[in-house]
Design a protein around this ligand. Sequence first.
Ligand code: BES
Ligand code: MG
Ligand code: ZN
Length: 508
Amino acid sequence: MLDIQISEKKFWDNNVEGYIFLLKENFESASKFADIDYIEKNYYPNLKEILKKHKFESKKGESFVLTGKKGDKLVQFIFIGLGSLENRWNIELENLRRAVGSAVLLLKKLKIKKSVLAVPNEKPFGLIEARLIRQMIIAGLMADYEFTKFKSDKNKDDEWSCEMLLSVDAKEDQTYVRSLSEGHIIGDAVNLARNLSDMPANIINPTTLSSQAKEIADSLNLECKVFGREKAEELGMGGFLAVDSGSDELGKFVVIEYNTTKKDAPTIALVGKGVTFDSGGISLKPADYMTGMKFDMSGAATVIATMKAIGQLKPEVNVVAVAPMVENMPSGKACKQDDIITFMNGKTAEIKNTDAEGRLILADALCYVEKFYKPDVVLDIATLTGACLYALGHFFTGLMTKDEVLGTKLQAVSLVTGDRVWPLPMDDDFKDAIKSEVADIANTGAPNYKAGTITASWFLSNFVTTKNWAHLDIAGTADGVPGVNYLGKGATGAGVRLFIDFILNYKK
Ligand code: BES
Ligand code: MG
Ligand code: ZN
Protein backbone atom coordinates (compact mmCIF):
# COMPACT_ATOMS: atom_id res chain seq x y z
CA MET A 1 0.00 0.00 0.00
CA LEU A 2 1.20 3.40 -0.94
CA ASP A 3 0.21 6.60 0.75
CA ILE A 4 1.09 9.89 -0.88
CA GLN A 5 1.21 13.10 1.13
CA ILE A 6 2.52 16.60 0.71
CA SER A 7 5.47 17.83 2.73
CA GLU A 8 6.20 21.49 3.11
CA LYS A 9 9.51 20.82 4.83
CA LYS A 10 12.70 21.49 2.93
CA PHE A 11 13.57 18.42 0.84
CA TRP A 12 16.59 17.37 2.91
CA ASP A 13 14.83 18.03 6.23
CA ASN A 14 12.47 15.11 5.58
CA ASN A 15 13.57 12.22 7.72
CA VAL A 16 13.05 9.28 5.36
CA GLU A 17 14.68 6.10 4.06
CA GLY A 18 14.47 6.97 0.38
CA TYR A 19 15.32 10.25 -1.35
CA ILE A 20 14.03 10.37 -4.92
CA PHE A 21 15.64 12.62 -7.55
CA LEU A 22 14.09 13.45 -10.87
CA LEU A 23 16.98 14.37 -13.10
CA LYS A 24 17.21 16.07 -16.44
CA GLU A 25 20.02 15.36 -18.87
CA ASN A 26 23.51 15.99 -17.44
CA PHE A 27 22.25 15.14 -13.96
CA GLU A 28 20.58 18.48 -13.53
CA SER A 29 17.80 18.34 -10.98
CA ALA A 30 14.30 18.94 -12.33
CA SER A 31 13.47 20.59 -9.03
CA LYS A 32 15.26 23.51 -7.49
CA PHE A 33 15.02 21.90 -4.03
CA ALA A 34 16.45 18.43 -4.52
CA ASP A 35 19.93 19.19 -5.72
CA ILE A 36 22.30 16.26 -6.16
CA ASP A 37 25.19 18.64 -5.48
CA TYR A 38 24.24 18.14 -1.84
CA ILE A 39 24.96 14.41 -2.15
CA GLU A 40 28.22 15.13 -3.93
CA LYS A 41 29.31 17.56 -1.27
CA ASN A 42 28.35 15.44 1.72
CA TYR A 43 28.38 11.80 0.70
CA TYR A 44 29.75 10.94 -2.74
CA PRO A 45 32.27 13.48 -4.08
CA ASN A 46 32.44 11.48 -7.33
CA LEU A 47 28.69 10.87 -7.65
CA LYS A 48 28.37 11.72 -11.34
CA GLU A 49 31.24 9.38 -12.20
CA ILE A 50 29.61 6.58 -10.24
CA LEU A 51 26.31 7.13 -12.00
CA LYS A 52 27.98 7.19 -15.41
CA LYS A 53 29.93 4.03 -14.57
CA HIS A 54 26.56 2.37 -13.96
CA LYS A 55 25.32 3.57 -17.31
CA PHE A 56 22.89 5.98 -15.72
CA GLU A 57 22.90 9.19 -17.70
CA SER A 58 19.55 10.60 -16.57
CA LYS A 59 17.94 9.78 -19.89
CA LYS A 60 14.21 9.30 -20.13
CA GLY A 61 13.19 5.95 -18.63
CA GLU A 62 16.46 5.30 -16.76
CA SER A 63 16.70 4.75 -13.03
CA PHE A 64 19.42 3.90 -10.54
CA VAL A 65 19.61 3.35 -6.79
CA LEU A 66 22.61 4.13 -4.62
CA THR A 67 22.88 3.37 -0.92
CA GLY A 68 24.42 6.11 1.16
CA LYS A 69 24.46 7.66 4.58
CA LYS A 70 22.59 10.62 5.90
CA GLY A 71 23.81 11.47 9.36
CA ASP A 72 24.29 8.03 10.91
CA LYS A 73 21.40 6.46 8.99
CA LEU A 74 21.69 4.27 5.90
CA VAL A 75 19.44 5.68 3.21
CA GLN A 76 18.72 5.05 -0.46
CA PHE A 77 19.21 7.68 -3.13
CA ILE A 78 16.86 6.91 -6.03
CA PHE A 79 17.70 8.58 -9.34
CA ILE A 80 15.12 8.76 -12.10
CA GLY A 81 15.97 10.13 -15.54
CA LEU A 82 13.65 12.54 -17.34
CA GLY A 83 15.82 13.32 -20.35
CA SER A 84 15.93 16.77 -21.90
CA LEU A 85 12.38 17.82 -20.96
CA GLU A 86 12.25 19.72 -24.22
CA ASN A 87 9.36 17.96 -25.93
CA ARG A 88 5.78 19.19 -26.04
CA TRP A 89 4.26 19.64 -22.58
CA ASN A 90 1.93 16.66 -22.92
CA ILE A 91 4.79 14.33 -23.83
CA GLU A 92 6.80 15.54 -20.84
CA LEU A 93 3.76 15.18 -18.59
CA GLU A 94 3.47 11.54 -19.60
CA ASN A 95 7.23 11.23 -19.07
CA LEU A 96 6.72 12.56 -15.52
CA ARG A 97 3.86 10.13 -14.80
CA ARG A 98 6.12 7.27 -15.85
CA ALA A 99 8.99 8.65 -13.76
CA VAL A 100 6.68 8.60 -10.74
CA GLY A 101 5.70 5.06 -11.79
CA SER A 102 9.38 4.00 -11.78
CA ALA A 103 9.88 5.57 -8.37
CA VAL A 104 6.91 3.73 -6.88
CA LEU A 105 7.96 0.38 -8.36
CA LEU A 106 11.47 0.84 -6.93
CA LEU A 107 10.12 1.81 -3.51
CA LYS A 108 8.05 -1.36 -3.57
CA LYS A 109 10.93 -3.55 -4.70
CA LEU A 110 13.23 -2.15 -2.02
CA LYS A 111 10.45 -2.24 0.59
CA ILE A 112 11.13 1.36 1.53
CA LYS A 113 8.68 2.61 4.12
CA LYS A 114 9.13 6.35 3.90
CA SER A 115 10.41 8.43 1.03
CA VAL A 116 10.44 11.93 -0.35
CA LEU A 117 10.31 13.21 -3.92
CA ALA A 118 10.67 16.86 -4.84
CA VAL A 119 7.97 18.11 -7.19
CA PRO A 120 9.76 19.35 -10.33
CA ASN A 121 9.52 22.89 -11.62
CA GLU A 122 6.24 22.98 -13.48
CA LYS A 123 7.44 24.82 -16.57
CA PRO A 124 8.07 21.91 -19.02
CA PHE A 125 4.75 20.28 -18.14
CA GLY A 126 2.36 23.11 -18.89
CA LEU A 127 0.42 22.78 -15.62
CA ILE A 128 0.49 24.78 -12.41
CA GLU A 129 2.16 23.03 -9.49
CA ALA A 130 -1.07 21.95 -7.80
CA ARG A 131 -2.31 20.29 -11.01
CA LEU A 132 1.06 18.65 -11.48
CA ILE A 133 0.86 17.20 -7.99
CA ARG A 134 -2.58 15.83 -8.80
CA GLN A 135 -1.18 14.03 -11.86
CA MET A 136 1.75 12.67 -9.86
CA ILE A 137 -0.54 11.29 -7.17
CA ILE A 138 -2.80 9.58 -9.69
CA ALA A 139 0.16 7.99 -11.49
CA GLY A 140 1.73 6.95 -8.17
CA LEU A 141 -1.44 5.25 -6.96
CA MET A 142 -1.92 3.58 -10.33
CA ALA A 143 1.64 2.25 -10.26
CA ASP A 144 0.97 0.71 -6.87
CA TYR A 145 -2.00 -1.34 -8.14
CA GLU A 146 -1.53 -5.07 -8.64
CA PHE A 147 -4.11 -7.79 -9.08
CA THR A 148 -2.96 -10.25 -6.43
CA LYS A 149 -6.27 -11.35 -4.94
CA PHE A 150 -5.85 -14.95 -6.05
CA LYS A 151 -2.16 -15.31 -5.28
CA SER A 152 -1.81 -17.41 -2.14
CA ASP A 153 1.57 -15.91 -1.26
CA LYS A 154 0.43 -12.31 -1.74
CA ASN A 155 0.24 -11.62 2.00
CA LYS A 156 3.98 -11.19 2.18
CA ASP A 157 3.84 -8.33 -0.30
CA ASP A 158 0.81 -6.87 1.36
CA GLU A 159 2.90 -6.03 4.40
CA TRP A 160 4.67 -3.30 2.43
CA SER A 161 3.32 0.09 3.15
CA CYS A 162 5.05 3.25 2.17
CA GLU A 163 4.53 6.91 2.64
CA MET A 164 5.74 8.93 -0.30
CA LEU A 165 6.07 12.62 0.47
CA LEU A 166 5.90 15.14 -2.33
CA SER A 167 7.98 18.04 -1.22
CA VAL A 168 6.71 21.41 -2.38
CA ASP A 169 7.71 25.00 -2.00
CA ALA A 170 6.90 25.74 1.65
CA LYS A 171 3.79 27.85 1.62
CA GLU A 172 0.34 27.29 3.03
CA ASP A 173 -1.85 26.74 0.01
CA GLN A 174 -5.38 25.46 -0.17
CA THR A 175 -4.87 24.31 -3.76
CA TYR A 176 -2.42 21.68 -2.52
CA VAL A 177 -5.05 20.31 -0.19
CA ARG A 178 -7.57 20.09 -3.00
CA SER A 179 -5.12 18.52 -5.42
CA LEU A 180 -4.15 15.98 -2.81
CA SER A 181 -7.71 14.88 -2.21
CA GLU A 182 -8.69 14.96 -5.90
CA GLY A 183 -5.60 12.96 -6.79
CA HIS A 184 -6.48 10.29 -4.26
CA ILE A 185 -10.12 10.10 -5.30
CA ILE A 186 -9.22 9.77 -8.98
CA GLY A 187 -6.34 7.33 -8.46
CA ASP A 188 -8.55 5.14 -6.28
CA ALA A 189 -11.35 5.26 -8.86
CA VAL A 190 -9.02 4.11 -11.64
CA ASN A 191 -7.83 1.25 -9.46
CA LEU A 192 -11.41 0.30 -8.60
CA ALA A 193 -12.21 0.00 -12.31
CA ARG A 194 -9.07 -2.05 -12.86
CA ASN A 195 -9.95 -4.39 -10.03
CA LEU A 196 -13.47 -4.98 -11.33
CA SER A 197 -12.08 -5.68 -14.81
CA ASP A 198 -9.29 -7.96 -13.63
CA MET A 199 -11.72 -10.16 -11.71
CA PRO A 200 -12.47 -13.35 -13.66
CA ALA A 201 -15.90 -14.03 -15.08
CA ASN A 202 -16.62 -16.87 -12.65
CA ILE A 203 -16.66 -14.22 -9.92
CA ILE A 204 -17.79 -11.08 -11.73
CA ASN A 205 -21.04 -11.76 -13.56
CA PRO A 206 -24.00 -9.43 -14.14
CA THR A 207 -25.42 -10.22 -10.68
CA THR A 208 -22.22 -9.63 -8.71
CA LEU A 209 -21.11 -6.66 -10.82
CA SER A 210 -24.47 -4.95 -10.46
CA SER A 211 -24.54 -5.53 -6.72
CA GLN A 212 -21.06 -4.02 -6.40
CA ALA A 213 -22.25 -1.02 -8.39
CA LYS A 214 -25.27 -0.71 -6.11
CA GLU A 215 -23.14 -0.94 -2.99
CA ILE A 216 -20.84 1.82 -4.22
CA ALA A 217 -23.78 4.04 -5.18
CA ASP A 218 -25.52 3.45 -1.84
CA SER A 219 -22.40 4.31 0.12
CA LEU A 220 -22.32 7.72 -1.59
CA ASN A 221 -26.06 8.32 -1.50
CA LEU A 222 -26.30 8.13 -5.26
CA GLU A 223 -29.59 7.04 -6.76
CA CYS A 224 -29.19 3.51 -8.19
CA LYS A 225 -31.60 1.26 -10.06
CA VAL A 226 -30.93 -2.31 -11.13
CA PHE A 227 -33.36 -4.21 -13.31
CA GLY A 228 -33.39 -7.45 -15.28
CA ARG A 229 -35.25 -9.25 -18.07
CA GLU A 230 -38.76 -8.43 -16.99
CA LYS A 231 -38.35 -4.67 -17.06
CA ALA A 232 -36.20 -4.94 -20.20
CA GLU A 233 -39.07 -6.77 -21.91
CA GLU A 234 -41.47 -4.05 -20.84
CA LEU A 235 -39.16 -1.42 -22.30
CA GLY A 236 -38.70 -3.37 -25.53
CA MET A 237 -34.95 -3.79 -25.15
CA GLY A 238 -34.57 -6.41 -27.85
CA GLY A 239 -30.81 -5.94 -28.10
CA PHE A 240 -30.16 -6.44 -24.41
CA LEU A 241 -32.52 -9.43 -24.32
CA ALA A 242 -31.00 -11.09 -27.40
CA VAL A 243 -27.51 -11.12 -25.90
CA ASP A 244 -28.75 -12.04 -22.45
CA SER A 245 -30.81 -15.01 -23.66
CA GLY A 246 -27.92 -17.41 -24.19
CA SER A 247 -26.51 -17.39 -20.66
CA ASP A 248 -27.60 -19.06 -17.44
CA GLU A 249 -26.50 -15.86 -15.69
CA LEU A 250 -29.24 -13.25 -15.47
CA GLY A 251 -28.52 -9.98 -17.22
CA LYS A 252 -28.75 -6.75 -15.23
CA PHE A 253 -29.23 -3.18 -16.33
CA VAL A 254 -27.69 -0.67 -13.94
CA VAL A 255 -28.46 3.05 -13.69
CA ILE A 256 -26.57 5.35 -11.30
CA GLU A 257 -27.45 9.00 -10.91
CA TYR A 258 -25.52 11.89 -9.44
CA ASN A 259 -27.63 15.02 -9.11
CA THR A 260 -26.10 18.36 -8.31
CA THR A 261 -27.94 20.79 -6.10
CA LYS A 262 -27.24 23.53 -8.62
CA LYS A 263 -30.34 24.64 -10.53
CA ASP A 264 -30.61 24.13 -14.31
CA ALA A 265 -27.36 22.22 -14.50
CA PRO A 266 -26.60 20.25 -17.67
CA THR A 267 -26.72 16.44 -17.68
CA ILE A 268 -23.90 14.23 -18.89
CA ALA A 269 -24.76 10.60 -19.66
CA LEU A 270 -22.18 7.81 -19.54
CA VAL A 271 -22.90 4.43 -21.09
CA GLY A 272 -20.55 1.49 -20.49
CA LYS A 273 -20.50 -1.95 -22.09
CA GLY A 274 -20.76 -4.64 -19.42
CA VAL A 275 -20.27 -8.01 -21.11
CA THR A 276 -18.88 -9.97 -18.18
CA PHE A 277 -17.66 -12.64 -20.57
CA ASP A 278 -17.75 -12.64 -24.36
CA SER A 279 -17.54 -16.15 -25.77
CA GLY A 280 -18.91 -14.84 -29.05
CA GLY A 281 -22.22 -16.66 -28.51
CA ILE A 282 -23.42 -18.95 -31.31
CA SER A 283 -20.79 -17.31 -33.55
CA LEU A 284 -18.31 -18.76 -31.07
CA LYS A 285 -14.83 -17.24 -30.87
CA PRO A 286 -11.81 -19.50 -31.48
CA ALA A 287 -10.08 -20.30 -28.16
CA ASP A 288 -7.16 -17.92 -28.70
CA TYR A 289 -9.49 -15.00 -29.27
CA MET A 290 -11.66 -15.84 -26.26
CA THR A 291 -8.84 -15.44 -23.75
CA GLY A 292 -9.08 -12.03 -22.16
CA MET A 293 -12.81 -11.71 -22.73
CA LYS A 294 -13.34 -11.27 -18.97
CA PHE A 295 -12.23 -7.69 -19.74
CA ASP A 296 -15.30 -7.13 -21.94
CA MET A 297 -17.06 -5.36 -19.08
CA SER A 298 -14.35 -2.71 -18.81
CA GLY A 299 -16.65 0.03 -20.12
CA ALA A 300 -19.12 -0.73 -17.33
CA ALA A 301 -16.28 -0.77 -14.78
CA THR A 302 -15.19 2.63 -16.05
CA VAL A 303 -18.59 4.26 -15.68
CA ILE A 304 -19.14 2.72 -12.22
CA ALA A 305 -15.72 3.92 -11.03
CA THR A 306 -16.29 7.35 -12.55
CA MET A 307 -19.54 7.64 -10.58
CA LYS A 308 -17.71 6.73 -7.40
CA ALA A 309 -15.34 9.65 -7.93
CA ILE A 310 -18.11 12.00 -9.03
CA GLY A 311 -20.10 11.15 -5.89
CA GLN A 312 -17.13 12.36 -3.86
CA LEU A 313 -16.06 15.32 -5.99
CA LYS A 314 -19.59 16.70 -6.38
CA PRO A 315 -19.29 18.80 -9.55
CA GLU A 316 -22.05 21.21 -10.60
CA VAL A 317 -23.42 19.00 -13.36
CA ASN A 318 -25.78 16.05 -13.31
CA VAL A 319 -24.27 12.75 -14.31
CA VAL A 320 -26.12 9.56 -15.12
CA ALA A 321 -24.30 6.31 -15.81
CA VAL A 322 -25.92 3.27 -17.34
CA ALA A 323 -24.34 -0.10 -17.75
CA PRO A 324 -26.05 -3.03 -19.42
CA MET A 325 -24.50 -6.22 -18.00
CA VAL A 326 -24.78 -9.59 -19.72
CA GLU A 327 -22.78 -12.71 -20.44
CA ASN A 328 -22.52 -13.58 -24.14
CA MET A 329 -22.85 -17.37 -24.34
CA PRO A 330 -24.01 -20.00 -26.81
CA SER A 331 -26.93 -22.22 -25.78
CA GLY A 332 -30.25 -23.55 -27.03
CA LYS A 333 -31.79 -20.26 -25.97
CA ALA A 334 -29.12 -18.04 -27.48
CA CYS A 335 -29.71 -15.57 -30.26
CA LYS A 336 -28.63 -16.89 -33.67
CA GLN A 337 -27.26 -15.65 -36.95
CA ASP A 338 -30.09 -14.46 -39.23
CA ASP A 339 -32.29 -13.51 -36.25
CA ILE A 340 -33.99 -10.13 -36.52
CA ILE A 341 -34.40 -8.16 -33.31
CA THR A 342 -36.21 -4.94 -32.40
CA PHE A 343 -34.64 -2.31 -30.12
CA MET A 344 -36.20 0.06 -27.64
CA ASN A 345 -36.55 2.84 -30.25
CA GLY A 346 -38.37 0.50 -32.65
CA LYS A 347 -35.48 0.01 -35.06
CA THR A 348 -34.68 -3.51 -36.23
CA ALA A 349 -31.37 -5.27 -36.85
CA GLU A 350 -30.38 -8.43 -38.62
CA ILE A 351 -27.92 -10.51 -36.61
CA LYS A 352 -25.10 -11.41 -38.94
CA ASN A 353 -22.73 -12.37 -36.14
CA THR A 354 -23.64 -12.92 -32.50
CA ASP A 355 -20.11 -11.89 -31.54
CA ALA A 356 -20.99 -8.30 -32.44
CA GLU A 357 -22.98 -8.22 -29.20
CA GLY A 358 -21.65 -5.08 -27.54
CA ARG A 359 -23.42 -2.77 -29.98
CA LEU A 360 -26.71 -4.61 -29.32
CA ILE A 361 -26.75 -3.92 -25.60
CA LEU A 362 -25.34 -0.40 -26.05
CA ALA A 363 -28.10 0.40 -28.57
CA ASP A 364 -30.80 -0.14 -25.95
CA ALA A 365 -28.75 1.60 -23.26
CA LEU A 366 -28.35 4.67 -25.49
CA CYS A 367 -32.12 4.71 -26.17
CA TYR A 368 -32.72 4.39 -22.44
CA VAL A 369 -30.62 7.40 -21.36
CA GLU A 370 -32.05 9.58 -24.09
CA LYS A 371 -35.63 8.67 -23.26
CA PHE A 372 -35.43 9.10 -19.50
CA TYR A 373 -32.69 11.71 -18.98
CA LYS A 374 -32.60 13.96 -22.05
CA PRO A 375 -28.84 14.43 -21.62
CA ASP A 376 -26.85 17.35 -23.02
CA VAL A 377 -23.88 15.09 -23.69
CA VAL A 378 -23.70 11.33 -24.23
CA LEU A 379 -20.41 9.47 -23.94
CA ASP A 380 -20.33 5.72 -24.44
CA ILE A 381 -17.35 3.54 -23.74
CA ALA A 382 -16.83 -0.05 -24.80
CA THR A 383 -14.35 -2.79 -25.64
CA LEU A 384 -16.27 -2.88 -28.89
CA THR A 385 -14.10 -4.06 -31.77
CA GLY A 386 -10.96 -6.09 -32.27
CA ALA A 387 -10.43 -3.89 -35.33
CA CYS A 388 -9.59 -0.98 -33.03
CA LEU A 389 -6.45 -2.84 -31.98
CA TYR A 390 -5.33 -2.83 -35.60
CA ALA A 391 -6.28 0.77 -36.17
CA LEU A 392 -4.75 2.31 -33.06
CA GLY A 393 -2.99 -0.35 -30.97
CA HIS A 394 -2.84 -0.12 -27.19
CA PHE A 395 -1.96 3.48 -26.42
CA PHE A 396 -4.91 5.41 -27.84
CA THR A 397 -8.62 4.87 -27.34
CA GLY A 398 -10.64 5.20 -30.55
CA LEU A 399 -12.72 8.37 -30.47
CA MET A 400 -15.67 8.71 -32.82
CA THR A 401 -17.95 11.70 -32.90
CA LYS A 402 -19.67 13.91 -35.44
CA ASP A 403 -19.32 16.84 -33.08
CA GLU A 404 -15.98 18.50 -33.66
CA VAL A 405 -16.12 20.70 -30.57
CA LEU A 406 -16.79 17.72 -28.31
CA GLY A 407 -14.09 15.71 -30.04
CA THR A 408 -11.51 18.45 -29.57
CA LYS A 409 -12.44 18.82 -25.91
CA LEU A 410 -12.11 15.11 -25.26
CA GLN A 411 -8.78 14.98 -27.01
CA ALA A 412 -7.47 17.93 -25.02
CA VAL A 413 -8.55 16.38 -21.70
CA SER A 414 -6.99 13.10 -22.80
CA LEU A 415 -3.58 14.73 -23.22
CA VAL A 416 -3.66 16.31 -19.77
CA THR A 417 -4.83 13.15 -18.03
CA GLY A 418 -2.70 10.68 -19.99
CA ASP A 419 -5.88 8.71 -20.78
CA ARG A 420 -5.31 9.28 -24.48
CA VAL A 421 -7.84 9.17 -27.30
CA TRP A 422 -7.44 9.56 -31.06
CA PRO A 423 -10.16 10.40 -33.58
CA LEU A 424 -11.38 8.06 -36.32
CA PRO A 425 -13.60 9.56 -39.03
CA MET A 426 -17.38 9.26 -38.73
CA ASP A 427 -17.73 9.93 -42.43
CA ASP A 428 -20.99 9.30 -44.33
CA ASP A 429 -19.13 7.02 -46.72
CA PHE A 430 -19.10 4.30 -44.06
CA LYS A 431 -22.83 4.49 -43.50
CA ASP A 432 -23.91 1.93 -46.11
CA ALA A 433 -21.63 -0.71 -44.64
CA ILE A 434 -24.35 -1.74 -42.18
CA LYS A 435 -27.21 -1.96 -44.68
CA SER A 436 -29.42 -5.03 -44.41
CA GLU A 437 -31.68 -6.69 -46.97
CA VAL A 438 -34.20 -7.77 -44.35
CA ALA A 439 -34.02 -5.32 -41.44
CA ASP A 440 -33.27 -1.62 -40.87
CA ILE A 441 -29.59 -2.34 -40.27
CA ALA A 442 -27.18 -5.26 -39.89
CA ASN A 443 -25.11 -5.80 -36.76
CA THR A 444 -21.81 -6.11 -38.65
CA GLY A 445 -20.23 -4.02 -41.37
CA ALA A 446 -19.99 -5.51 -44.87
CA PRO A 447 -16.48 -7.02 -45.20
CA ASN A 448 -15.54 -4.95 -48.25
CA TYR A 449 -15.85 -1.76 -46.20
CA LYS A 450 -13.27 -2.94 -43.61
CA ALA A 451 -12.93 -0.30 -40.79
CA GLY A 452 -14.90 -2.39 -38.27
CA THR A 453 -14.41 0.18 -35.52
CA ILE A 454 -16.05 2.94 -37.53
CA THR A 455 -18.87 0.80 -38.92
CA ALA A 456 -19.68 -0.28 -35.33
CA SER A 457 -19.92 3.39 -34.39
CA TRP A 458 -22.30 3.96 -37.32
CA PHE A 459 -24.43 1.14 -35.96
CA LEU A 460 -24.63 2.93 -32.58
CA SER A 461 -25.48 6.23 -34.25
CA ASN A 462 -28.90 4.76 -35.08
CA PHE A 463 -29.76 4.92 -31.41
CA VAL A 464 -28.62 8.42 -30.51
CA THR A 465 -30.24 11.73 -31.34
CA THR A 466 -28.15 13.92 -29.00
CA LYS A 467 -25.85 16.10 -31.05
CA ASN A 468 -23.13 15.98 -28.41
CA TRP A 469 -22.41 12.28 -28.61
CA ALA A 470 -19.04 10.55 -28.67
CA HIS A 471 -18.24 6.86 -28.83
CA LEU A 472 -15.01 5.55 -27.28
CA ASP A 473 -13.62 2.16 -28.28
CA ILE A 474 -11.29 0.89 -25.57
CA ALA A 475 -10.71 -2.60 -27.03
CA GLY A 476 -6.99 -1.78 -27.22
CA THR A 477 -6.55 0.39 -24.16
CA ALA A 478 -8.59 -1.41 -21.49
CA ASP A 479 -6.01 -4.08 -20.74
CA GLY A 480 -2.65 -5.47 -21.73
CA VAL A 481 -0.97 -2.17 -22.54
CA PRO A 482 2.74 -2.92 -23.00
CA GLY A 483 5.58 -0.90 -21.53
CA VAL A 484 3.73 1.73 -19.51
CA ASN A 485 4.95 1.09 -15.98
CA TYR A 486 2.10 2.75 -14.09
CA LEU A 487 -0.52 0.80 -16.04
CA GLY A 488 0.91 -2.54 -14.90
CA LYS A 489 -0.10 -5.84 -16.44
CA GLY A 490 -3.88 -6.35 -16.64
CA ALA A 491 -6.70 -3.83 -16.68
CA THR A 492 -5.88 -0.15 -17.00
CA GLY A 493 -9.10 1.64 -16.06
CA ALA A 494 -9.14 3.32 -19.50
CA GLY A 495 -11.57 6.21 -19.62
CA VAL A 496 -11.84 6.85 -15.87
CA ARG A 497 -9.33 9.72 -15.78
CA LEU A 498 -10.73 11.10 -19.03
CA PHE A 499 -14.35 11.03 -17.90
CA ILE A 500 -13.71 12.52 -14.48
CA ASP A 501 -11.75 15.49 -15.80
CA PHE A 502 -14.15 15.97 -18.69
CA ILE A 503 -17.01 16.19 -16.19
CA LEU A 504 -15.12 18.44 -13.74
CA ASN A 505 -14.24 20.85 -16.56
CA TYR A 506 -17.61 20.73 -18.31
CA LYS A 507 -19.21 24.02 -19.24
CA LYS A 508 -22.30 24.15 -21.37
N1 BES B 1 -15.49 -7.81 -27.25
C1 BES B 1 -15.23 -7.92 -28.63
C2 BES B 1 -14.19 -6.93 -29.13
C3 BES B 1 -12.77 -7.12 -28.62
C4 BES B 1 -11.90 -7.94 -29.33
C5 BES B 1 -12.33 -6.46 -27.51
C6 BES B 1 -10.60 -8.09 -28.88
C7 BES B 1 -11.03 -6.61 -27.07
C8 BES B 1 -10.17 -7.42 -27.74
C9 BES B 1 -16.51 -7.69 -29.44
O1 BES B 1 -17.67 -8.09 -28.83
C10 BES B 1 -16.37 -8.51 -30.68
O2 BES B 1 -16.35 -9.70 -30.57
N2 BES B 1 -16.32 -7.84 -31.82
C11 BES B 1 -16.19 -8.51 -33.06
C12 BES B 1 -17.10 -7.83 -34.05
C13 BES B 1 -17.21 -8.54 -35.37
C14 BES B 1 -17.92 -9.86 -35.19
C15 BES B 1 -17.95 -7.65 -36.32
C16 BES B 1 -14.74 -8.41 -33.50
O3 BES B 1 -14.11 -7.37 -33.26
O4 BES B 1 -14.23 -9.38 -34.03
MG1 MG C 1 -18.13 -10.11 -29.22
ZN1 ZN D 1 -17.67 -8.09 -26.77
